[in-house]
Design a protein around this ligand. Structure first.
Ligand SMILES: [Zn+2]
Length: 227
């Protein structure tokens, strides 16, 4: 293990097993590219691969922040789903892209069992889409759509901001995800909301992104019509 990694001791709240997982020092990661839906590409070590903790005994999985924060009902539901499972796979070491993808799939499975918030499910689905993007695999679009469906419910029902997603940032992300799944009419509506929102003055980066993606969208529509 290189200096880029360090370890953290964790107790699984479902099977009570203690395990040691690895984490990445962010200053060891080199950004090579940022996509317009906030997916970041890294040279060598990708910290997104390590965001999900996975218990090596029962495979309960969740983000570091949510791993141990469970209500009584959630623990009960998860114990019913995970008890007696013996997973023969260790996610507590250096992860390749397949390991990272599977860690997010386990997190999605866990989130569905515990009836997690739509924003949580959307966030995990978006990361799965990014893993497929890194692989150049078309299944990316299925998970973009899945993320979009849950972000739309979150936008309606949840208190904003959601994590680092302010209302304007979420509106932008919804517009950009619609663009990526080629639903241009909806993409236009959501990107328009961003550029006409009073909030845009306090979020100049998001406003600029929305204007740039407006241009990209026009190109998408043109090239789609030409096909
Ligand atoms: Zn466990």
């Amino acid at each position: 293990m290189t200096d880029a990694f360090y370890t953290k001791k964790v107790k699984c709240p479902i099977c009570n097993n203690h395990f040691t997982t690895i984490k990445v020092r962010i200053n060891a990661c080199i950004v090579t590219k940022k996509d317009e839906d906030f997916c970041i590409h890294y040279k060598d070590i990708n910290p997104i691969f390590y965001e999900i903790f996975v218990c090596p005994t029962c495979a309960y999985a969740g983000s570091e922040n949510s791993f141990q924060e469970l209500g009584k009902n959630e623990v009960l539901k998860l114990k019913n789903a995970f008890s007696g499972r013996m997973v023969q796979r260790d996610f507590c070491k250096e992860r390749n892209l397949n390991d990272a993808l599977d860690s997010y799939k386990l997190a999605l499975y866990t989130a569905n069992i515990k009836d997690a918030k739509d924003s949580t499910i959307a966030g995990i689905a978006l990361k799965i889409a990014w893993m497929y993007r890194y692989m150049n695999d078309k299944r990316e679009l299925q998970f973009i759509q899945h993320a979009l469906d849950h972000y739309l419910i979150a936008y309606e029902k949840e208190q904003l901001p959601i994590g680092n997603l302010s209302e304007i940032k979420l509106m932008y992300l919804i517009g950009e995800l619609y663009r990526r799944v080629a639903n241009y009419n909806e993409a236009i509506i959501w990107l328009n909301r961003v550029v006409s929102s009073p909030e845009r003055h306090s979020s100049p980066i998001i406003e600029r992104l929305a204007r740039t993606q407006w241009m990209t969208l026009r190109e998408d529509i043109k090239s789609n019509a030409a096909q």
